[in-house]
Write a new protein. Structure first.
Length: 118
């Protein structure tokens, strides 16, 4: 139901845009998030965009470099990643949380790998 794409191998300083297309859900009623899991580490929050007013929140580690956005007409959420660093290397997951749910995200995509070389 959540299909992430756009990952790849890039060099430090490059940009990449991830996309996550949602099917089978009423997209506009879901807060969308991006998470990442680096090798040997736990999955961590990256960014989210609210269903209600498109307000966004980014983790401190990516604030000012990454931008999350959504297109409700295309059922798609994006993560624009600029000034990439080797420490951004991870599998990136998109997730959806229904407006009636607080806390955990209840739908997850399969992940897309981003590798940043130095």
């Amino acid at each position: 139901q959540l299909q992430a794409s756009g990952g790849g191998l890039v060099q430090a300083g490059d940009s990449l845009r991830l996309s996550c297309t949602v099917s089978g859900l009423t997209f506009s009623t879901y807060t969308m998030g991006w998470f990442r899991q680096a090798p040997g580490k736990d999955r961590r929050f990256v960014a989210r965009i609210m269903w209600s007013d498109d307000s966004t929140l980014c983790a401190d580690s990516v604030n000012g470099r990454f931008t999350i956005s959504r297109d409700n007409a295309k059922n798609t959420v994006y993560l624009q990643m600029d000034s990439l660093r080797p420490e951004d290397t991870a599998v990136y997951y998109c997730a959806a949380r229904h407006k009636a749910v607080s806390g955990s995200y209840d739908h997850w995509g399969q992940g897309t790998l981003v590798t940043v070389s130095s």
